[in-house]
Ligand binder design. Structure first.
Ligand code: NDP
Length: 334
């Protein structure tokens, strides 16, 4: 349950576990509701934005006292809609609870179970994977030989951006917040280089060291001081895909980003985007990325906690970098 609107970094106590509520295990007849059993729940940084009483964003705030809403993978138990039958596996918006009654909506997708783990439909083949795909290919416009930099590079989105860049003949460097993550980037995910930004006092200097030629594409997941340093190191006609600014989410007074004039000097295209603007590409994304995964050409790091009661700590950990890869909560096995 979401307790109430917050300032600053989310804490476990901003959420409450409520035991003992019961619901009838059938969807009300004639309603547009589907009864599901939740299997996997996704922890995503955008959910922090819904903990603020702000109505001007692309998604409304959570309702205090209500069940937290989030993306997940669920099994249909009952439905009046012939498109969703009992036993079907679906992905889409659901509740942080064991069973949910969810409204039919355009975003609810049937998952065709195959050799790919179901939980990956919250990550590799879900919203974060699609964000990496649309953001990198549509917004950043990669070319063979481009120098690509990715921040929060071991996370749900970043790890795939780096692998897409490598598959497209780019040189790619990632930043992450621990030695373990840096090691994974270099030795498991195929990045050409990586560094721990928490150990670097001078971000401009480290970028000059890893990109002596400068950066063609910056896939920005963090904003703030990393973006400031990147602007100084962009090449002429570079592109910046502004995917997210996780370093700024919890600041009540976000710092202004300096060095923006370098966009002009270097004629850089810096473009914010929402994955939902590219949904027409979703079928192609599923085909391309599941194909690459099955051929062993990409890998995916997942960081799973067991049990709904561990949801709050899993979510809070995103903002101190506790997650190594896509954070997901297993509520029940199929
Ligand atoms: P991650 O799985 O990467 O988890 C968040 C990570 O952010 C943490 O593990 C941590 O890694 C890093 N982080 C946390 N706080 C800070 C900080 N203060 N400074 C720098 N890094 C920090 O999340 P996702 O891959 O799901 O999301 C990445 C970004 O993409 C987010 O900004 C998110 O909001 C955005 N996004 C945007 C979408 C769109 O449509 N535009 C859709 C989906 C996501 P580390 O240890 O490296 O610090």
């Amino acid at each position: 349950i979401f307790k109430g609107y917050i300032d600053g970094t989310p804490k476990e106590t901003d959420m409450e576990l409520k035991l003992g509520s019961t619901i009838k295990l059938e969807a009300p007849k004639g309603s547009s509701l589907i009864l599901v059993k939740n299997l996997y729940l996704s922890c995503d940084p955008y959910m922090r934005g819904r903990m603020r009483n702000f109505h001007g964003s692309y998604i409304p705030p959570f309702v205090p006292g209500s069940v937290i809403e989030g993306l997940g993978v669920s099994k249909v138990l009952d439905s009046d809609d012939p498109n969703f039958k009992p036993g079907d596996i679906v992905s889409g918006l659901t509740g942080w609870e064991e069973y949910s009654l969810i409204h039919k909506n355009d975003h609810l997708r049937k998952v065709e179970s195959d050799s790919i783990p179901l939980s990956y439909y919250t990550g590799l083949l879900g919203m974060p994977g699609f964000t990496a795909y649309a953001g990198f290919f549509e917004v950043c416009g990669p070319k063979k030989g481009d120098y690509v930099f990715v921040s929060a590079a071991s996370g749900a989105v970043g790890q795939l951006v780096g692998q897409f860049a490598k598959l497209n003949g780019c040189y790619v460097v990632g930043s992450a917040g621990s030695g373990q993550k840096v090691d994974l980037l270099k030795n498991k995910l195929g990045f050409d280089d990586a560094f721990n930004y928490k150990e670097e006092a001078d971000l401009d200097a480290v970028l000059k060291r890893v990109f002596p030629q400068g950066i063609d594409i910056y896939f920005d997941n963090v904003g703030g001081s990393m973006l400031e340093a990147v602007l100084l190191n962009m090449r002429i006609h570079g592109r910046i895909g502004v995917c997210g600014m996780v370093s700024q989410h919890s600041l009540s007074d976000p710092k202004g980003t300096r060095n923006l004039f370098h966009l002009v000097i270097k004629r850089v295209r810096m473009q914010g985007f929402l994955q939902r603007d590219y949904l027409h590409l979703y079928p192609k994304f599923l085909e391309d990325v599941s194909g690459l995964y099955k051929q062993g050409k990409i890998t995916y790091l997942e960081d799973m906690d067991q049990g709904l009661e561990n949801g709050p700590s899993a979510f809070v950990g995103l903002f101190s970098g506790k997650n190594v890869g896509k954070k997901v909560i297993c509520v029940a096995h199929e």
